[in-house]
Design a binder for this molecule. Sequence first.
Ligand code: UTP
Length: 290
Amino acid sequence: MVQRIRKAIFPVGGLGTRFLPATKAMPKEMLPVVDKPLIQYAVEEAQAAGIEEFIFVTGRSKTAIEDHFDHSYELETTLRERGKDAQIAMVNSWMPQPGQIAYTRQQVPLGLGHAVWCARNLIGDEPFAVLLADDLILADIPCLAQMVEVHRKTAGNVVAVMEVQREHTNRYGVLDVEGDDGRLVSVKGVVEKPDPAVAPSNLSIIGRYILQPEVFDHLAHIGRGAGNEIQLTDALAELIRGNKPFHGLRFSGTRFDCGDKVGFLQANIAFALARPDLTDALRKILNGYC
Ligand code: UTP
């Protein structure tokens, strides 16, 4: 029987230097797309995939995230007094239950691999998900739910992948593909940020992973890689050499790189256009600019 994916890690310990000064006192995962912070989109995606335990690996200025996933009694009292019950539901309905959220601190931002490793004791010995909130995905079926469905059939490790322009392979972890049915690929290797000239493919991993707990053993010894950071991709390369299946899923949906200013602006436009209450007004404005 394939073990169910119950736990998810949300690494939110990065410095977010590309968004300074917005991220000076606030994690970039609190930046809003339309009217919701990136981290809330990620948590809702995890909830839709059946996740029951939400593990945040935080860095400095973590309080904004903790506060966001907690009751705000003053706000709720004021909204109640004003008879705004719908808005109370809007600030509470998606909140995980008490005891479902855990926080651990990365202390030093040594890279994504290190952030994931920091959650090892909270995960224990079971497969788990990792969601990077700055990769925002607009999809009919939430991306992680698509991956959980694949995991139910294949077990092992599953990563979300997309084709990128070859000249951009040096921004991603890139797969060395063994088999490909058009949706699911089996993988024989992965390289972090390869030069386009030597990249094994243009199929790149984006910020959604379902991983086996063996990854923690690899993270413990791999040391620093590209950019002098402890790279999750380097531990994935070790996992691929192991004895559990490793698949890449070409998910259905559109991914926005909200760690980058242009991607973030694009996400705001796409998510606003998808909202019935905003689409007409925004279309008019965009037509004016074009
Ligand atoms: P990025 O590569 O986007 O780095 O991290 P960053 O520091 O957040 O942003 P920039 O490049 O300085 O603008 C990808 C993901 O990994 C997390 C980030 O929070 C983000 O979700 N991360 C990165 C950590 O949790 N810890 C780290 O040490 C590095």
